[in-house]
Design a binder for this molecule. Structure first.
Ligand code: UDX
Length: 436
């Protein structure tokens, strides 16, 4: 099939590349000339495991191309995906100007039937708004489809190639048929494609992300309570997770959810409810709890140092909002850094992928180490903010000489408690017994 993908951000690029992988011809469009030029030269603009192999293969085989020319892409394609940003606007609700602007541009270019597919996370009713833009500007028949993405950063290629489910919101039979054909290769293992109306599809995306954010937040509160009552959150997690109705996944407590989706989507759903005169109290509580959770490590530090951390140096392992990505959007590590700097502390950070992004944001406000051990040099304590695999089994002998105080505040529960007792550490993790 012939496909255009408008917007080559994270979602657009993964979508375009993975659609080319099953034999479709995909033209990716972006207004950023420099970025398009780079991609034409074979440069993948984001870090996403497995993407580069597919990216290069499909470019070489002529199925994946890049352009700034929207008219050309629209002309060449029957299916047009929109993967454009929907950042929170001034009022916190999703800003639709990119989506509606692109819809307007496309509507002036169409000369024959096209399916306009929205991949971005958008408020309920957006498909109707996009349709209205087309109705205003053209007589040509088009169908607007809502097709939310459920891609996790770090495993996005797998999530696209083998989705748990595909959600397609459209009442047009013609569009349904084309979408079913497009996704058939991706659901061969028998996973379902759910067809529904546009509004239900749009809400499904928000409901999924808000539910997952709520699940994590619930566990974070259970963890906080565990610390107070002397229970072990790992035991509680296993105890409840084996109930199928609860499920084992997404029950890991930590220092709050971050990233480009959960914080934005939970807020957008709460606001959308509000503007429909519905008070979504649960989501408001989730946001409040998560805000606080992002800096629990700093609260613990302050308690440990009797409220004064001025002049102290902290090693920080992990800057990305989660492992296997260089994404630092809404990363708890950034909130931790802010709180530490405000209180006059110094930070030496290390992250396997996100260092450049943090350097661009914070410059010389903090120090950067070349590896995880170098970060420990002269540090009063180690703080762990991201559960990268390389942090899970460090060389403790090597650490001994560097982290003289043997003090660790772990926001991701990486180490075995008995091991920390044996090694003689002060070890403060989330929802587990305090060691030392
Ligand atoms: C999420 C959704 O999973 C995906 O379906 C959606 O389309 C986009 O948003 P992503 O933001 O890439 O994906 O990350 P995800 O792996 O879901 O993690 C989100 C946040 O929750 C991270 O900050 C992570 O650290 C945190 N988390 C996750 C926990 O704190 N505990 C858990 O058990 C799981």
């Amino acid at each position: 099939m012939k496909i255009a993908v408008i917007g080559t951000g994270y979602v657009g690029l993964v979508t375009g590349t993975c659609l080319a992988e099953t034999g479709n011809n995909v033209i990716c469009v972006d207004i950023d000339k420099a970025k398009v030029e780079k991609m034409k030269n074979g440069e993948v603009p984001i870090y996403e495991p497995g993407l580069d192999v597919l990216f290069h293969r499909n470019i070489e085989q002529g199925r994946l191309s890049f352009t700034t020319d929207l008219a050309l892409a629209v002309k060449e394609s029957q299916l047009i995906f929109m993967a454009l940003p929907t950042p929170p606007g001034g009022d916190g609700a999703a800003d639709l100007s990119y989506i509606l602007g692109a819809a307007k541009d496309i509507s002036k270019l169409v000369t024959e039937y096209k399916v306009i597919i929205n991949k971005s996370t958008v408020p309920v009713g957006t498909a109707d708004k996009v349709q209205a833009v087309f109705n205003e500007n053209t007589q040509v028949e088009i169908d607007v489809v809502s097709n939310p993405e459920f891609l996790r950063e770090g495993v996005a290629v797998d999530d696209f190639m083998k989705p748990d489910r595909v959600v397609i919101g459209t009442r047009s039979e013609k569009a349904q048929k084309l979408m079913a054909e497009l996704y058939a290769p991706y659901v061969r293992q028998g996973n379902p494609i759910f067809f529904m109306d546009e509004r239900s599809s749009e809400l499904t995306k928000y409901a999924a992300n808000s539910f997952l954010a709520t699940k994590i937040t619930f566990m974070n509160e259970i963890a906080n309570l565990c610390e107070i009552v002397g229970a072990d959150v790992d035991a509680v997690r296993r105890g409840i997770g084996s109930d199928d109705r609860i499920g084992k996944r997404f029950l890991f407590p930590g220092i709050g959810y971050g990233g480009s989706c959960f914080p934005k989507d939970v807020q957008a759903l709460a606001i959308a409810a509000e503007s429909n005169s519905y008070n979504f109290q649960l989501l408001k509580a989730v946001m409040q709890v998560n805000e606080k959770q992002k800096t629990i490590l700093v609260d613990k530090l302050l308690k440990y140092y009797n409220g004064d951390i001025k002049g102290k140096r902290f090693a920080l392992w992990g800057l990305a909002f989660k492992p296997e990505t260089d994404d630092i959007r809404e990363a708890p590590a950034l909130y931790i850094i802010d709180e530490l700097l405000i209180r006059g502390a110094k930070v030496t950070a290390f992250d396997p992928e996100a260092m450049d992004n943090v350097k661009a944001l914070l410059g010389d406000k903090i120090d950067y180490a070349n590896n995880q051990y170098e970060a420990l040099q002269g540090a009063d304590a180690l703080l762990i903010a991201t559960e990268w695999s390389v942090f899970r089994n460090p060389d403790f002998e090597k650490m001994e000489g560097l982290l003289a105080n043997k003090t660790i505040f772990d926001g991701r529960n990486l180490f075995d408690l008995q091991k920390m007792i044996d090694l003689g550490y002060y070890y403060n993790s989330v929802g587990r017994k305090l060691i030392g």
